[in-house]
Design a protein around this ligand. Structure first.
Ligand SMILES: [Cu+2]
Length: 326
């Protein structure tokens, strides 16, 4: 072992001294090709956690935000060269959906800004209570292959009173409407959620289309405000989607934990928001697209190797004859 090490050191010294690629080639041999990247399904994960993604950057232009005062909220989606993105594909009838919510998942708003010729999105906005907020810009570039949700934090000044997350519940009440939630959310899986709308105990079967759907559902994760993409099942006028009382969605939570769900629905000309806290049970799907079995086997193997290799983290079996520790 010692002899080999000394010889190795000598070879390295020789290469350094001679500095010849010919010698390097002869002594070290050809460099092995880089190992092929492990095949894995790369998931972009939940949106809303970053101000920047795929060379686009969310820039908030409104820098003073007092609570309770209506003002113009302005922002841009900037491209890598600093110019604003001008071309968008509509999603649910709108080029831009702006979600505003406080970090404690209260004070939710869903509004639709207008794009000016200067590349600035503007919308009148009143935030009633002070605190730390996140704004989510949900859009799709005209050339986009998927929608994008960038998130930026905004401070609203005033007297801040944080609120605890309401307890999980399958029913929500808003303005005389009761919305009940059926279905189970499972980490990493697309599962169906059914929300049923009733008014004064009677099922509502004449919901009105709002943004090309009978309902819009946004889900935010408690703790970091991860923004879930939730897809409605069916569109008004497709011949099979009924105008209530049931509204169906498919949602994929990225992890277990608590989420706040916000349902927008329109009835008799008014858009309302029903809010739910939902607890999602684990476990999460294994990383890197591994099967449960492969993940469990890798954990057992890695733990064994770490224990046998000591604190240095040497691979087990790879250092025969080497004293462990010191
Ligand atoms: Cu919207």
């Amino acid at each position: 072992m010692k002899t080999v090490t000394k010889l190795g050191a000598f070879v390295v010294a020789l290469i350094v001294v001679l500095g010849s690629s010919y010698v390097v080639g002869r002594v070290v041999g050809p460099q092995p090709a880089p190992a092929a990247a492990a095949a894995m399904t790369e998931d972009d994960g939940p949106g809303g956690l970053s101000v920047s993604h795929e060379s686009m950057n969310l820039k908030v232009l409104t820098d003073s935000f007092p609570a309770g005062v209506q003002q113009t909220f302005a922002f841009q989606v900037l491209q890598h060269d600093g110019t604003p993105l001008m071309k968008y594909q509509p999603q649910h009838d709108k080029l831009m959906h702006l979600i505003v919510a406080r970090h404690d998942l209260s004070n939710f708003q869903h509004v639709h800004p207008n794009l000016g010729p200067d590349g600035v999105w503007r919308v009148p906005l009143t935030v009633s209570e002070a605190g730390e907020y996140r704004v989510f810009a949900d859009y799709m570039p005209l050339w986009g292959i998927h929608g994008e949700t960038l998130g930026a934090d905004v401070s609203v000044s005033g007297n801040f009173q944080p609120k605890p997350l309401p307890a999980p519940s399958n029913t929500a009440n808003v303005d005389g409407y009761t919305v009940s939630l059926k279905g189970k959310l499972v980490p990493g899986k697309s599962n169906k959620l059914t929300l049923s709308v009733a008014k004064n105990g009677e099922p509502v079967a004449d919901l009105e289309p709002y943004l090309a759907a009978y309902g819009h559902l946004v889900a935010l994760r408690d703790g970091d405000m991860a923004y879930l993409h939730v897809h409605p099942n069916g569109t008004p006028g497709d011949g099979k989607t009924k105008p209530g009382p049931d509204i169906e969605f498919y949602a994929t939570p990225p992890s277990y934990g608590d989420y706040r769900l916000f349902l927008n629905f329109q009835h008799q000309g008014v858009v309302r928001t029903a809010e739910f806290t939902v607890h999602v049970d684990g476990p999460n799907p294994p990383p890197h697209g591994l099967s449960e079995q492969a993940f469990e086997a890798a954990k057992v193997k890695n733990e064994k190797a770490a224990l046998e290799g000591g604190k240095g983290g040497m691979p087990a079996g790879g250092m025969e004859g080497m004293p462990h520790g010191h």
